[in-house]
Design a binder for this molecule. Sequence first.
Ligand SMILES: [Zn+2]
Length: 414
Amino acid sequence: MSRYFDEQETIGREKRERGQGEALRLMAERGYRKSPFFRKTLDGLSLEPAQFASVKELEKLPVITREALIDLQKAEPPFGGLADPEAQIDRIFVSPGPVYEPHLSESDPLWARSYTAAGLGPHDIVLNAFSHHLVAAGLTFHGGLRRIGATVIPSGTSGAQIQVQLIRDLRVTAYTGTPSFLMAIIRKAEEEGYAFRKDFSLRKACFAAEPLEASLRERFENEYGIDTYQMYGATEVGDVAYECSEKRGWHLCEEVLVEIVDPATGRNVPPGALGHVVVTRFNPLFFLFRFGTGDLSRLIEEPCSCGRTSYRLDGIFGRIGDAVKVRGLFVAPSQLKELQKKHPGIRFQLLIARTAHEDHLTVRFAGEAGKDFEEKFCSDFREICTIRIDHMERISPDDLKEGDPLILDGRNWR
Ligand SMILES: [Zn+2]
């Protein structure tokens, strides 16, 4: 079995750049014909689709953030004029906001490069513990695993006890999901009296949707004998980058263009500088150019000793803007504003901390809270933001003023 998914991963950089320029031009020309939003954007800037023959041209277009995408879709449901209205869409995913995402063609090798680089293949039985419900994660990771011939158990977000049973009974060899959930599964197995390393065959793990802290990685690898890999993507643009066995940065996928830009100007930063990760995926039906992921990173341009010639992302340094990820799911200010509308007499603020490798979400609140307020608020929060609050804390109105930030992210990833 090859170490590479295809020969594209090792082609010369000039050849890749030429291919990318060509793919970009084709997408711009098609987008101009099919997407009312893209046509309006180009006309407004007096640009021609044929101009987009090189990646540098992208700088002429605005960066579209997640919040902007939500507004676009609200103004023109369901896809904000970004999709080809005549396209045969496989499926539509929903992510918090809401953002509606027409799914890429089944022919796209989403995540297959990542799994290949992690050494997975037809000999593997993989527990896919990503959510399969509405969001893109579960099904797209499933597709990538099938593409490389692995057997998949779509265990989704079933409880830790069931996951332990599946790993044991089905002799699972690899896990894909969030790192914190794998740790919860291991803890459960230990509670049940198993020695994870000795009693189970799980030897590889591919993580996404949540950062992998160095200390946690060390535990997985040294204590439990699990070889770990990080994968990076966004539901709006699919897979973006992945780790190879060198584990020094994440190779960019061949199906995307990644720019690192100054969040204020949208222009590319100098090579190696930190900036906003902006992604354009070559997509024949959804013409989302320059999607701003909200993540901060930088590019490593030096060649990697694994033989892949793509640039690498140097991990994620944090978030720009206000939307944050908690336990792998976004919480956007638009959702919090909706909550505010439901509880008009209350001021509140989210505090996100990280202890024992898990996100911890506290809501501080002040104002006229009735008898059942906490219970009602928690259930509304869960419904709107799809995540659970760990702790509610009542504070004096003096400690929470009008105009204070809605979210305080106290996590430190590096
Ligand atoms: Zn490499």
